[in-house]
Design a protein around this ligand. Structure first.
Ligand code: AMP
Ligand code: MN
Ligand code: MN
Length: 333
């Protein structure tokens, strides 16, 4: 695999790196870490995200160089996609690329990844895309500078909610320790990328919690685009509200529906084992991880809500039955 990457890099002249829309810490961490690695190797490159980089990630090196679209005047011969489960996640940054499309290296950790690249480095056991990048950089003899370490640690900290999620292993913590040894500041990164949120985000949480419902193991809420405007909340991402709802002990699955300006509805899903929201997301045209996934549904919001509640309720029923069958077999066996 590493020889394939080396070979594609050797042939490349101008590299485009794209991460997903509604970027999180792993998206911007992976994007800026890859940019710094390419810089160290002497490449010409452009970093792109089809949504604004959230202000809380502005401490990351190269974050102010991230563009919304590739430079149309330049011909890119290599595209590195980071933290994207499928091509659509790159938004117009990818959809608008002229033909011929560049050679694609797809680096990601989503279990639902569609292997859309010419080279696919997809490891669903990795807790973040930056964890995969850390291994790749070492194999490519890239020096893990303090700045690269900050970018990589940002992805680890945000995708594991501060090393608290189910997939965290001793290896994850060893990677984090390596990055701290390289100069990354865990306290700072955690505060900046995980804890800090805008006041408008708290207003959205208030709106969402005022309107929450709980039925058949599912807890959910929805936010209209007007409520978003009134709160001054510009993103269409649920930024933490779904995690908060998912901690309700009587619930097994949580969902937040957020109506976008154009009327489509962004859905964010969470659950606890043995449930699996990636299954629900894929059924509805999205993707993600077993315990954290998402999709975008057509509006109006009320119809999207009905569709989603039905899918989640059916999944809870199906997955409960499957879990009971496994438990019964274990007892019998
Ligand atoms: P979020 O709830 O926005 O934090 O997203 C949770 C997980 O689901 C992340 O790993 C996303 O990459 C994935 N995800 C969210 N929305 C979509 C979508 N529309 N299509 C595919 N994957 C998604
Ligand atoms: Mn991500
Ligand atoms: Mn990720």
């Amino acid at each position: 695999m590493i020889s394939l990457i080396r070979h594609s890099l050797e042939k490349a002249d101008r590299v485009l790196v794209i991460t997903h829309v509604d970027p999180d810490g792993d998206a911007i961490g992976s994007l800026t870490a890859t940019g710094q690695a390419l810089k160290q190797m002497g490449f010409r490159f452009t970093l792109v995200c089809d949504d604004k980089v959230p202000a809380r990630f502005s401490y990351l090196p190269l974050s102010s160089d991230v563009l919304r679209r590739p430079d149309q005047r330049l011909a890119y011969d290599l595209l590195i996609a980071v933290d994207c489960g499928d091509e659509e996640r790159m938004g117009y940054a990818y959809a608008d690329l002229p033909d011929p499309r560049p050679f694609i290296i797809n680096i990601d950790h989503h279990v639902t990844n569609t292997r859309f690249g010419d080279v696919n480095i997809v490891d669903p056991t990795a807790t973040s895309t930056t964890e995969i990048l850390h291994g790749l950089f070492q194999e490519l003899d890239i020096e893990i500078t303090r700045d690269i370490a900050a970018s990589l640690l940002t992805g680890l900290v945000t995708d594991t909610l501060g090393f608290r999620t189910v997939g965290v292993t001793a290896n994850t913590l060893r990677t984090a320790a390596d990055l701290i040894d390289a100069g990354a500041d865990l306290g700072f990164v955690s505060m900046q990328a995980l804890n800090l949120r805008a006041y408008s985000t708290m207003k959205i949480w208030r709106t969402g919690m005022n309107k929450m419902h709980f039925d058949d193991g599912l807890i959910w809420t929805s936010i209209t685009s007007q409520e978003r405007r009134e709160a001054g909340f510009r993103s269409s991402s649920s930024v933490g509200l779904t995690n908060l709802l998912a901690d309700v002990e009587e619930a097994v699955m949580a969902a937040v529906l957020m109506e976008s300006e154009e009327g489509s509805v962004k859905v964010s899903l969470r659950c606890r084992p043995p449930y699996d929201v990636a299954e629900v997301a894929v059924e509805l045209g999205g993707g993600g991880h077993p315990l954290a996934a998402g999709c975008t549904l057509p509006g109006p919001l009320s119809e999207a809500e009905a569709t989603l509640v039905q899918s989640c309720t059916a999944a809870i029923e199906r997955q409960s039955q499957a879990a009971r069958a496994v438990a019964a077999e274990a007892v019998a066996g």
